[in-house]
Write a protein that binds this ligand. Structure first.
Ligand code: NAD
Ligand code: ZN
Length: 380
């Protein structure tokens, strides 16, 4: 038992007081974990687009003050009642979506969309009692997607924590708790390209590059990167991309360009843009008879996917995926093992590191579109 178990911990957290305003490092009080909850000491966290999107709060319900952060690695400090599969000292990756292991989704081999712990961006409190575990002078501070990792200590439902190999360096594998696993799993778990096949990846941000990395691991012989920003190709080569197509360079639909390059279409495509036209192109560029397209990007709320049904009748398959179809607790530890066995490279995703006191710099890098992942070190 740690000496802090059962007590309120005072520590530093980066609090977002208002939409779009720089975070402020504050001293917060973190209550002990309740039933099925775990208090985690965060060592490293990284910034993902989703944090920035909800911090800007342009489209959704603003919920402030709030502690953001969901890509991270940490160590269990103490556990609440009923927690049997984690103990103080265990190394964990928090995940924005959970696995209760009891609902129909968790029991299905095909789904990772847990009924109880599926991502909920509107909820700013814990499930157990509808309250926050964070406060400043008695004023509650809201949680974000059940993780709130921009704090030295945070309280998380046990179902949203993957227990990982304690030898895995948390400053590297923390990036596996969201975007990288999403892209990797989209290719490895859903598109499943055969060795020697041809794969197109639409959108070469962190998610798309992770999808390309998946294609490289699967042994694809051609990996065609598609992006409107030609600067992305240089980076993409490190992730296995062999060719590059910028749709702006052609005066015909990109699916036709790709079909010409590949003798009728690619074997697999993975869309990681969130743009509806790219989604349609990603589907229409797969080969008839066997091609499979996987959608990963989150589209605009009014977007409509339109294609001629003949494209499907001609034996093309369209799929979508959430978090790369990984079940957080059951599957994420094996993704960490892929890194440990050097099959998966994560260092190349990490382009910046800042101390916690400079967390706002990580936001600036992302807003300027600089780099891929910025690691935030909790210990200065
Ligand atoms: P990003 O913004 O870093 O990268 C997107 C890339 O797509 C950019 O390089 C951009 O130039 C390119 N792009 C945009 N429109 C395009 C078009 N029409 N054709 C070709 N390229 C185009 O984003 P990211 O962090 O890599 O995330 C990618 C997508 O994945 C986002 O939509 C994000 O919301 C989504 N996502 C989904 C899940 C899931 O579980 N399904 C999880 C995490 C992220
Ligand atoms: Zn469940």
């Amino acid at each position: 038992m740690s000496s802090t178990a059962g007590q309120v911990i005072r520590c530093r957290a980066a609090v977002a007081w208002e939409a779009g305003k720089p975070l402020v490092i504050e001293e917060v009080e973190v209550a002990p974990p309740q039933t099925n909850e775990v208090r985690v000491k965060i060592l490293f966290t990284s910034l993902c687009h989703t944090d920035v999107y909800f911090w800007e709060a342009k489209g959704q319900n603003p919920l402030f003050p709030r502690i953001y952060g969901h890509e991270a690695g940490g160590i269990v400090e103490s556990v609440g009642e009923g927690v049997t599969d984690l103990k103080p000292g265990d190394h964990v990756l928090p995940v924005f979506t959970g696995e209760c292991k009891e609902c129909a989704h968790c029991k299905s081999e095909e789904s990772n969309m847990c009924d109880l712990l599926r991502i909920n961006t509107d909820r700013g409190v814990m499930l157990n009692d509808g309250k926050s575990r964070f406060s400043i002078n008695g004023r509650p501070i809201y949680h974000f997607v059940g993780t709130s990792t921009f704090s030295e200590y945070t309280v998380i439902h046990v179902g949203c924590l993957a227990k990982i190999n304690p030898l895995a360096p948390l400053d590297k594998v923390c990036v596996l708790s969201c975007g990288i696993s999403t892209g990797l799993g989209a290719t490895l778990n859903v598109a499943k390209p055969a060795k020697g096949s041809t794969v197109a990846v639409f959108g070469l941000g962190a998610v798309g590059l992770a999808a390309a990395e998946g294609a490289r691991i699967a042994g694809a012989s051609r990996i065609i990167g598609v992006d409107l920003n030609s600067n992305r190709f240089k980076e993409a080569k490190k992730f296995g991309a062999t060719e590059f197509v910028n749709p702006k360079d052609y005066n015909k639909p990109v699916q036709e360009v790709i079909a010409e390059m590949t003798n009728g279409g690619v074997d697999r495509s993975v869309e990681c843009t969130g743009n509806i036209d790219a989604m349609i192109s990603a589907f229409e560029c797969v080969h008839d008879g066997w091609g499979v397209a996987v959608l990963v990007g989150v589209p605009h709320k009014d977007a409509v996917f339109k294609t001629h049904p003949m494209n499907l009748l001609n034996e093309r398959t369209l799929k979508g995926t959430f978090f790369g179809n990984y079940k957080p607790r059951s599957d994420l530890p094996s993704v960490v093992e892929k890194y440990m066995s050097k099959e998966l490279e994560v260092e190349k995703f990490i382009t910046h590191t800042v101390p916690f006191s400079e967390i706002n710099k990580a936001f600036e890098y992302m807003l300027r579109g600089e780099g891929l992942r910025c690691i935030i070190r909790m210990e200065e």
